[in-house]
Design a protein around this ligand. Structure first.
Ligand SMILES: *Cc1c(COP(=O)(O)O)cnc(C)c1O
Length: 354
């Protein structure tokens, strides 16, 4: 079985080895030291300044999205949400359930987010922008510099769900003026699912987080940030995942984030060329390096099934209205060009049965 998914993904040998080990007790100076190092390494990996805060949550990415919204905003604020797929829609659902007013920039499938689409939302006293910078349901990578400029001009906090982009696309917390950045364990980090990391700017922490009653016990940032001063979390963390995170962050630092991104970019480009050569369409909007969406209308579901059943290759199926239209091939984790050559051969063979 080979995973060409976007999370969980094929893990690296060091992670697999660590995952087989006994989980240690965690209220110890040794574990605190690892968590404090995780904080430093994570911030470094996204070019966040030393005074940025980090929250380590034991929860999937959606909890981190919800936590970001409720710790930074209240029903007295108004937000703008980029809604270009399932994850954008999720931000809207989170605002709705917490009664935080919002407007959506809704993109139809295939549409690129442009400055023109944003223009009508200028000067609207929004407090913040919520965006999944790589909308993983379609593969579209939004222009972070354009969004960052929009937020600066309109005095909005910039909340970036980078779960699908971290380790795949360029992220610079400092120069891109990001206020909240969300990362999760099961995507490019290639760890077990269940842990999420949130980087919070000092400015947002001081101006909003410390003043706001989040209304949640488990997800309250203040408690997490206070505990992390001593390298601890308020509740039992996913100890095993945070240990593998430490190993993986060190490994990524050694290779270099830029190098990892470039390698993934060339692999993705090469794969896309071959997919087009096989007669498939790849959408024209800007793409993340994390995955290649393949338009296989109306055979997408069948393509996914056949690859799984006959070849043991798992690509990422789509949900909802894209179910029959799109499959997504991930480029995250321990996958090499050889694996993609095998996948391309399999795709070609399956295609002949359509
Ligand atoms: C994977 C992903 C999430 C996380 O979803 P969970 O299932 O809760 O882990 C959130 N946002 C984006 C953009 C993602 O790609």
């Amino acid at each position: 079985m080979k995973l060409f998914t976007v999370g969980p993904v094929e893990m690296f040998p060091d992670t697999l080895k660590m995952n087989a080990e006994q989980t240690p007790y965690f209220r110890t100076p040794e574990f605190s030291e690892i968590m404090l190092e995780n904080e430093v390494l994570l911030k470094e990996s996204v070019c966040a300044p030393k005074n940025a805060k980090v929250v380590f949550l034991t929860a999937s990415g959606t909890a981190a999205m919800e936590a970001a919204v409720i710790n930074c905003f209240t029903p007295d604020d108004k937000l703008l949400v980029i809604q270009g797929g399932r994850f954008g829609k999720r931000f809207g659902d989170i605002c709705r359930i917490h009664k935080i007013p919002f407007d959506e920039v809704t993109l139809s499938f295939g549409e690129t987010l442009t400055k023109e689409r944003l223009a009508p939302y200028r000067k609207n006293d929004y407090k913040g922008l919520l965006v999944n910078i790589h909308e993983t349901s379609t593969g579209q990578l939004y222009d972070i510099n354009m969004l960052s400029e929009f937020c600066r001009e309109n005095k909005m906090y910039l909340i970036v769900d980078a779960i699908g982009a971290y380790g795949a696309d360029e992220i610079n917390f400092e120069t891109q003026n990001i206020d909240v950045l969300i990362v999760s364990s099961q995507k490019a980090l290639a760890l077990s699912p269940g842990a999420s990391m949130i980087v919070v700017s000092e400015r947002l922490y001081r101006e909003r987080v410390v003043l706001i009653q989040s209304g949640s016990f488990y997800l309250d940032f203040k408690q997490h940030i206070d505990n992390l001063k001593r390298g601890q979390t308020p509740f039992t963390p996913a100890v095993g995942i945070f240990l593998t995170l430490n190993q993986r962050l060190k490994q990524m630092r050694q290779i270099g984030m830029e190098e990892i991104r470039k390698d993934m970019h060339s692999l993705a480009c090469r794969f896309r060329q071959e997919v087009v050569r096989l007669g498939f369409l790849v959408p024209e909007y800007p793409l993340s390096n994390a995955l290649t969406p393949i338009a296989a209308d109306p055979h997408a579901e069948r393509l996914y099934q056949k690859l799984k059943e006959e070849y043991g290759m798992i690509v990422t199926p789509s949900g909802g209205e894209l179910r029959k239209i799109l499959v997504r091939v991930g480029h995250l984790g321990n996958v090499k060009w050889d694996d993609y050559e095998e996948l391309l051969t399999a795709i070609d063979q399956v295609k002949h049965g359509f």
